[in-house]
Design a protein around this ligand. Structure first.
Ligand code: 5GP
Length: 185
């Protein structure tokens, strides 16, 4: 199945890059994840995430509704619903996934050939810390957890199809567009 998978540590810029790609390339459609965390002020349910209660998430696990799921920051769970893949397939568009590193590895295995994975690499852990602090007026309660996980995730970077160094958003976008033109046109 043709698919574009963007991954990288929290704060690497993968979501921003995904938004820019979605604006410019109509063949891609964002795969909306399910999560048990609460919406951030700017997030729209059904567009950014399907916000589920713990009980609703449990029900989806019981009925084998997830392609993959994981427990991440502050114990919240995140997952890719089979239903969501079916929705995108019915649109005859290419799914764009933005997931954590382990979730992306699992998805890549399930989707097989045609799935291109891109690991977005921040210039340094210090830059990552600054980006996470800038993201909202309050530093995230799980900041240290996100940074510790970033160190672990960066070690897994060689497992992906491409590495995308995000020192500068415009440059990273251009590199990503180049890759898309080679693989998806
Ligand atoms: P955030 O809470 O910052 O929106 O997301 C936290 C992390 O969860 C990010 O690295 C994000 O990419 C990842 N994530 C979002 N959706 C999924 C999903 O469906 N599965 C997995 N494994 N990770 C996800």
């Amino acid at each position: 199945m043709k698919a574009l998978l963007l991954t990288g540590p929290s704060g690497s810029g993968k979501t921003t890059l995904a938004q820019l790609i979605l604006e410019k390339y109509p063949q891609f459609v964002f795969s909306v994840s399910a999560t048990t965390r609460s919406p951030r002020p700017n997030e729209v349910p059904g567009k950014d995430y399907y916000f589920l209660t713990e009980a609703e998430f449990d029900q989806e696990i019981e009925r084998n509704g997830f392609v993959e799921w994981e427990r991440l920051y502050s114990g919240y769970r995140y997952g890719t619903l089979y239903r969501e893949l079916e929705r995108i397939q019915a649109l005859s568009q290419v799914p764009l996934f933005v997931k954590d590193v382990k979730g992306t590895l699992n998805l890549q295995k399930k989707l097989g050939e045609g799935a291109i994975s891109v690991f977005v690499l921040p210039p340094s852990l210090q830059v990552l810390r600054e980006r996470l602090l800038q993201r909202s007026p309050e530093p995230p309660a799980d900041l240290e957890e996100r940074l510790a996980r970033a160190e672990f995730e960066i070690q897994l970077a060689p497992a992906f199809s491409f590495l995308l160094y995000n020192d500068d958003l415009d440059k990273a976008l251009r590199r990503l567009e180049h890759l898309i033109q080679r693989h998806f046109s």
